[in-house]
Design a protein around this ligand. Structure first.
Ligand SMILES: NC(=O)c1ccc[n+]([C@@H]2O[C@H](COP(=O)([O-])OP(=O)(O)OC[C@H]3O[C@@H](n4cnc5c(N)ncnc54)[C@H](O)[C@@H]3O)[C@@H](O)[C@H]2O)c1
Length: 435
């Protein structure tokens, strides 16, 4: 693996500065560099989601060509490329060895070659990658979460602003926003069907994610990056990495209004005490409080052999709404139990991941840029403030999370990088770098 010794802090700072410096530069928004109809796409992060996103980009537009790929590890890039090379659109997967780049800053080599980037790597790198992509004038698909700490949040906010100034399309990986039943139900709520929303309870109860035991020759950094979901500095913990989908639905239903504060609990009860399980918790409960009265509760768990559930229960002054995206079931009832609205059983349910890419590439073709940056950043900050509260045992305000100095990235990525201590409410402080 190349460039493992890059200081991540330097990487982040450079990228933020690069974003600012190019504010006044030529607007590259519509710079589809090919002379023909092709849209050259670069994939950053060739894991499960990145490979899926590349396939969806290919399906979204007949002119899309996967033109360059980057990953921290050669084996991840190789397996992703091998899969794409067997896909229906394999003739549009054109990534010879000279357009394959390895290393944590391999994005730098991809950006000059492409029109669009798919940012699908480990979340901690996303703020810097987003800043670089915007600075280079590229259209962007940006997976969630987009940041894992306060410093990352503010970097993303800046990038979102610059992307808008440059008319770049920026589509978020908060995929439920592209799901037809969810869209229809939230539109009903925003149209007043529920009256005023007074409370939301959301669950994300699921099994633990896989791990990769340490192999001979791996540095501490490689070991952690191979197990990134389990390290707070890389993933933001599972509340930020996974349950953020449900937190985004809360944010969506609340119309983007910020909670003023939250109180959370969490712990690590079932995860095995092995290094590859990192330093994260396995359960969280967060209560978000809104200035005008409502409360939203998020319950998240990653524990084996338990009841799994991913639903949203939204209470309004006129009734209640139920979202079960896994079922799928979407309805609104009044307080007599009468159904006021339900998504039709035969209603359209196009693949939400595909819809994201259809939307992105259509916006590029039409020259009508779109920018989903605000909710993309704010939903992540909601998750971050929940984690801060659970880790510290303190109530955390939006203001503190948004303006704080928390930067989870270790100052150096060189050995030794011991596995961080599991946070302990009451003694852990906000901003503690856990690795
Ligand atoms: N929207 C969704 O439903 C959904 C589903 C799954 C994952 N995701 C998100 O997608 C992202 C990737 O998840 P995944 O499941 O594909 O994980 P993964 O581990 O399969 O893939 C991540 C890849 O990024 C690579 N990588 C790490 N740092 C990099 C860097 N600086 N530059 C280039 N590559 C780098 C890793 O080596 C790995 O191959 C995460 O943010 C995750 O939360 C979203």
């Amino acid at each position: 693996m190349n460039n493992t010794h890059t200081s991540r802090r330097t990487f982040v700072q450079t990228a933020v500065l690069a974003g600012g410096a190019t504010m006044l530069s030529t607007n590259l928004a519509s710079a589809i560099t090919s002379r023909d109809d092709r849209i050259k796409v670069g994939l950053i992060g060739c894991g499960g989601r990145g490979s899926g996103a590349a396939a969806q980009a290919l399906a979204a537009d007949k002119g899309v060509v996967i033109w360059a790929m980057a990953d921290a590890f050669q084996d991840r890039l190789d397996s992703s490329l091998a899969n794409l090379a067997q896909s229906e659109s394999k003739e549009r997967v054109q990534v010879p060895v000279e357009r394959q780049f390895i290393g944590v800053d391999a994005i730098d080599k991809v950006l000059p070659l492409v029109d669009v980037v798919l940012l699908c790597s480990t979340p901690s790198f996303r703020p810097a990658q987003l800043a670089k992509a915007v600075a280079a004038g590229k259209h962007i698909f940006c997976e969630k979460p987009v940041c894992v700490d306060s410093v990352g949040y503010r970097s993303v906010q800046e990038s979102v602003k610059f992307a808008r100034e440059k008319n770049l399309s920026l589509v978020s990986g908060f995929c439920w926003r592209s799901s037809s039943p969810e869209r229809a139900l939230v539109a009903e709520i925003h149209g007043g069907r529920l009256g005023d929303v007074v409370g939301i309870t959301a669950t994300y109860l699921t099994s633990p994610l896989g791990t990769r035991p340490r192999q001979p020759g791996w540095s501490d950094f490689e070991f952690q990056l191979r197990n990134w979901q389990h390290f707070n500095w890389l993933s933001g913990d599972h509340l930020v990495e996974q349950a953020v989908h449900s937190i985004d639905k809360i944010n969506w239903v609340m119309g983007g209004r910020h909670p003023v504060k939250c109180t959370a609990m969490g712990s690590r009860f079932c995860r095995e005490d092995k290094p590859e399980f990192g330093d994260i918790y396995d359960n969280f409960t967060v209560v978000y409080e809104y200035e005008h009265g409502p409360r939203a509760t998020m319950i998240a768990r990653q524990q084996a052999s338990c009841y799994n559930d991913n639903t949203d229960w939204i209470t309004g002054t006129k009734g209640y709404a139920w979202i079960n995206g896994w079922a799928p079931t979407h309805w609104i009832k009044d307080y007599t139990g009468k159904t006021m609205w339900a998504y039709p059983k035969d209603g359209p349910t196009p693949n939400m991941y595909q819809v994201e890419h259809d939307t992105l590439f259509k916006s590029i073709r039409d020259g009508r840029s779109m920018n989903e940056g605000e909710f993309m950043a704010d939903s992540c900050l909601m998750a971050i403030m929940g984690r801060m509260s659970a880790y510290t045992g303190r109530q955390i305000t939006w203001e503190e999370a948004a303006t704080g100095l928390e930067n989870l990235t270790p100052a150096s990525l060189v050995d030794p990088m011991p596995v961080g201590k599991v946070p302990h409410p009451g003694t852990t402080h906000v901003g503690a770098t856990t690795s």
